[in-house]
Design a protein around this ligand. Structure first.
Ligand code: KIV
Ligand code: ZN
Length: 406
């Protein structure tokens, strides 16, 4: 169930991926058409519902990228961002004309600071422009998303008026962006409940959407709270890339919904076993490493160095893991040797490498191991072999099998 069909199930959350637009527009994450195409194919296999492929009016290159990506990939709905102007809407329409599964995403700032500093317009003028733009887009598109940019800092009643008026004009998805990452979980769920109360009775098919930025590190928490308040579309980006501190991370929100289904009671169409692969693809295409402790997809997400943790995980992985590594695309748990590891883990790794260390040599090996771990941190297999060899050289000749192998 891809794209618009997902809207029919009340407990199904539409995954709107903006890696190729909000993500791509952030410094360091720029992608050309070829890279966008590779990402779009991977996102399609991942099972996202909507791919925002770019902002057609931003540059001829962006229009071309939206055209190529939406023309060559089938499955999700393809979308272009657009300001609330006829020329932008026409550019989006040109770029998306090769795919019938298309959506336009029109945005206009609605908060007092945006109305004054960006447009010098009154609230009534902003509302009228939003309605005009959506009505014009309706002559070209069936699937229209309207975003009240900086919704979180917009007066609540006025935001409700804008949402109602744009739904009336033909918007089918109403997006509530926390453009500057200012909201809190309690505030945003309350706002969604208010908007749901105003919109659902008159426009039961309209989908409320959350778009949260991470300036205070709350994008994922806010997105989850918006779902609890009635959002049924979330706008996310792989690895959380996006303007400034980024967007809500796709992999984090999807795994939170799945792991804590008891709390949220909703589903997505994402094949979670592809999360690590997509994350690494984006990292390669944008030449941006994934921080090791990144939730879900960082290499530390299922790695253990501390002896107490290794011992627990060997006995039962659930002691220190709340998800199966295979469920997000890792081969399995990894045990890393370092200064926090115990004798048991060192002996076990040595055995895997073909070195059964005798009881009386273990003390020397373990002391050498701790010394070296203090110096360099992580002990690789070759480092461990070197430590064992040094211990043998100082203490006793290597056993027969070990001697023969060398
Ligand atoms: O953050 C934002 O407000 C946006 C809009 C264009 C949806 O990215
Ligand atoms: Zn944004």
């Amino acid at each position: 169930m891809h794209g618009v069909d997902a809207k029919k199930d009340p407990n199904r959350v539409v995954i709107f991926d903006t890696t190729l637009r909000d993500g791509e527009q952030a410094p360091g994450f720029s992608m050309g058409a070829a890279a966008k195409l590779e990402m779009a194919r991977a996102l399609t296999a991942l099972g996202v519902d909507v791919i925002e492929a770019g902002f057609a009016a931003a540059s001829p290159g962006d229009e071309e990228a939206v055209r190529i990506v939406s023309g060559e990939v089938e499955g999700p709905v393809f979308c272009s961002l657009s300001r609330a102007t006829e020329s932008d809407i026409l550019a989006a329409h040109r770029a998306l004309s090769h795919n019938r599964a298309r959506r336009i995403h029109i945005f206009l700032g609605t908060s007092p600071i945006h109305r004054k500093a960006k447009f010098n317009m009154t609230a009534d003028e902003v509302l009228a422009q939003a309605v005009r733009a959506v009505a014009f887009a309706r002559t070209l598109f069936d699937d229209i998303e309207f975003s009240a940019e900086d919704a979180i800092r917009t007066e609540r009643a006025f935001l409700g008026d804008v949402m109602e008026a744009t739904a009336e004009a033909g918007a089918t998805t109403l997006n509530v962006p926390d453009t500057v990452g200012y909201s809190t979980p309690a505030e945003i769920s309350d706002l969604f409940r208010y908007l749901h109360g105003r919109i659902a009775p008159r426009f039961p098919d309209a989908v409320l959407s959350a778009h949260c930025h991470d300036d205070l590190g709350m994008a994922v928490a806010n997105t989850l709270s918006a779902i609890q308040g009635g959002a049924r579309q979330v706008e996310v980006a792989v690895n959380g890339i996006g303007e400034r501190a980024g967007n809500c991370a796709l992999e984090e929100v999807v795994m939170a919904l799945r792991t804590r289904a008891d709390q949220f009671g909703v589903t997505t169409g994402v094949d979670t076993t592809k999360l690590v692969g997509v994350s690494r693809l984006l990292s390669r295409l944008t030449d941006s490493p994934i921080v090791r402790n990144k939730a879900i997809v960082g290499i530390n997400a299922f790695a253990h160095e501390a002896g107490i943790h290794q011992h627990g995980v060997i006995a039962d992985a659930r002691t220190y893991e709340i998800m199966l590594p295979q469920d997000v695309g890792f081969d399995g748990t990894s045990f890393v040797l370092g200064k926090h590891s115990g004798r048991h883990a060192v002996a076990k790794r040595a055995a895997v490498l073909g070195h059964e260390i005798s009881e009386n040599l273990m003390g020397a090996v373990f002391a050498g191991f701790k010394r070296r771990a203090d110096e360099i941190g992580e002990i690789s297999d070759s480092e461990l072999v070197a430590i064992i060899e040094a211990a043998y050289a100082e203490n006793e000749p290597p056993p027969q099998r070990y001697a023969a192998a060398n």
